[in-house]
Design a protein around this ligand. Structure first.
Ligand SMILES: C[S@@+](CC[C@H](N)C(=O)[O-])C[C@H]1O[C@@H](n2cnc3c(N)ncnc32)[C@H](O)[C@@H]1O
Length: 242
């Protein structure tokens, strides 16, 4: 997608039109989450990434979706790769093209590209294949607060997309563990180990793409495996030192 097209898709008039579409054809349930018990406004993704690199002496960092390099430019590490088809990073391409040609493995992968369920699912699957054994995958924007934060197509500037649906799906896998930290729009974390708390989702017949905002609203703590910052670091610590 080029910059002009991106500007059009995020222009006020276009977004208002999409919002109207959601009002007429979208889900009727639109209550806002009460996140007061679960969310910490003070934690920022850059600090988490920098802390992890320092604490575990990580050597290889991959960021999918870099935009203004608000994170990428501050990462100090032996080898870093930033992939974005529009701006930022050091490789101008989509994540799909990157993964189809890449031969490197990484200790830390931050997924923050196209925030749509199918793309995030692919980005996670591809990342798992190139993650070192004790490696960590982080995923941005896993915790929308409102219907419009997650509605697809995008209907407002603040937008997390339906990344949460991919998280719910990976929560059901046996060979990886998935959590979401309740901060910075929800930072997902995936590590390779036996999942001791797989999500046993009741509506198995439906595909994850078709999950509804109401499902999320009713179950977000369990769906996301929501943790606070101390637990977030402890899980990583237990996994890396084991
Ligand atoms: C939310 S921004 C990333 C922000 C950045 N990671 C940060 O922490 O400040 C999302 C970026 O993903 C990029 N993007 C969109 N589609 C993509 C794709 N298929 N592969 C990789 N990046 C993509 C966009 O160009 C945009 O720059």
């Amino acid at each position: 997608m080029n910059q002009k097209f991106y500007r059009l898709l995020t222009s006020k008039n276009y977004l208002n039109l999409i919002k109207l579409f959601h009002k007429i054809f979208g889900e009727k349930f639109k209550k806002e989450l009460n996140i007061s018990k679960y969310y910490n406004y003070k934690v920022h993704r850059l600090n988490i990434i920098k802390n992890l690199i320092k604490r575990y002496n990580l050597k290889n960092y991959l960021e999918i979706g870099c935009d203004q390099d608000e994170v990428f430019s501050f990462i100090e590490i032996d080898h870093k790769v930033g992939v974005d088809p529009v701006s930022g990073g050091n490789l101008r391409m989509t994540s799909d093209s990157f993964f189809s040609n890449n031969n490197h493995k990484f200790d830390l992968i931050f997924i923050d590209g196209l925030h749509r369920y199918s793309q995030v699912k692919r980005d996670i699957q591809n990342s798992i294949k190139i993650l070192n054994d004790k490696g960590i995958i982080l995923i941005h924007d896993c915790m929308p607060f409102t219907f419009y934060d997650q509605a697809c197509p995008r209907a407002q500037r603040k937008w997390n997309g339906d990344v949460w649906k991919a998280i719910v799906e990976f929560r059901t896998y046996q060979n990886i563990s998935t959590y979401v930290g309740g901060f910075d729009n929800g930072i997902g974390m995936i590590i390779k180990n036996f999942n001791q708390n797989p999500l046993n989702i009741r509506n198995k017949s439906r595909s994850f793409r078709n999950l509804r905002y109401k499902d999320y609203y009713d179950n977000f703590v369990e769906y996301l495996n929501l943790v606070d910052i101390d637990k977030f670091y402890k899980i990583i610590d237990d996994n890396i030192r084991k």
